[in-house]
Design a protein around this ligand. Sequence first.
Ligand SMILES: Cc1cc2nc3c(=O)[nH]c(=O)nc-3n(C[C@H](O)[C@H](O)[C@H](O)COP(=O)(O)O)c2cc1C
Length: 335
Amino acid sequence: MTNKKPVDEPDLSVLIAGVRLQNPVIAASGCFGYGSEYAEIIDVSALGGICTKGLTFKPRQGNRGERLYETPAGLLNSIGLENPGIEAFIEKELPRMRALGPALIANLSGGDTDEYVLGARLLDDSAVDMIELNISCPNVKSGGMAFGLDGERAAALTALVRKAAAHKPLMVKLSPNAPDLAAVARACASAGADAFSLVNTFTAMAIDTARRRPVFDNVAAGLSGPAVRPLALRMVWDLYGALEDSARNSAKRLKPPPIVGLGGIACANDALEFLMAGSRAVQVGSASFARPRSMTEIIAGIGEYMRARGLKTTAELNIRGSYPGPQNSGAAPQD
Ligand SMILES: Cc1cc2nc3c(=O)[nH]c(=O)nc-3n(C[C@H](O)[C@H](O)[C@H](O)COP(=O)(O)O)c2cc1C
């Protein structure tokens, strides 16, 4: 009789700002409703986490006119943070979401500083596991991305939200449209950010040539999907390098905040690229619209990759410690 050695199952779990996720795959904000909408199509309990649609203190109806427009390998959106308001979310959606199982991340937005702070206070008192501070939404006239383009404004808001939601881990969602992403991230880290997610959508536009006018009422919209993946990956690579450098050079030698990478991830290989570039976890957005099963397939694919190579933890996927080449692509200003 052959005595087959049981194959050790890889441990896919990850720790983000003190929150343990059963695997590194999170549903991105605005692309997975509140999770329960998908419960009849996929096994939602298998996900690592779910980010809510962008929530604001006051309910919002979102933008008028066109809201979604397909581009080659991408999606333009101008939803404008339609949501029922945080009080209604906590009352109606949160209990259902909590019952699904995965870690629960509330994506917080606001039209001005006061609205962010009021929302953060409500979420601090709620059953969410983490707050994702959205300083990167390109589709609202005030607030949103305006806070994420500049280090000083981003840090001031992060500090206020950190104080208002003192009991919750805080992940700041960065904008790929910031001229100096590393500076914004460093400022937010000093103001209390525990983790970063990167990227939100890229500002872009389309013109309706038949009507001779821009497709979206706000002219600009946010581009997501496979079209942005190589750009997002490069940004994650650079941010990881920049945060490692800052931590190494800081007097206290603090650990750099973890990065949750996203942008165009549609299959396991895409997710592996981000995990190799230094992301501790990934989020999947637009792919869920095209194929709702994308996330469960990505989780299975990461497990298979690790099993085939005898990797025990997802941290072993990160190539940054062993890669001898440049830790910064040189494509963007880092200081
Ligand atoms: C229809 C739609 C709605 C979105 N709503 C939000 C939102 O409310 N808050 C937010 O932080 N990001 C929002 N995003 C951005 C996504 O969470 C994600 O950052 C972006 O789409 C890039 O990932 P992807 O290429 O996998 O979609 C939205 C994206 C889409 C396509």
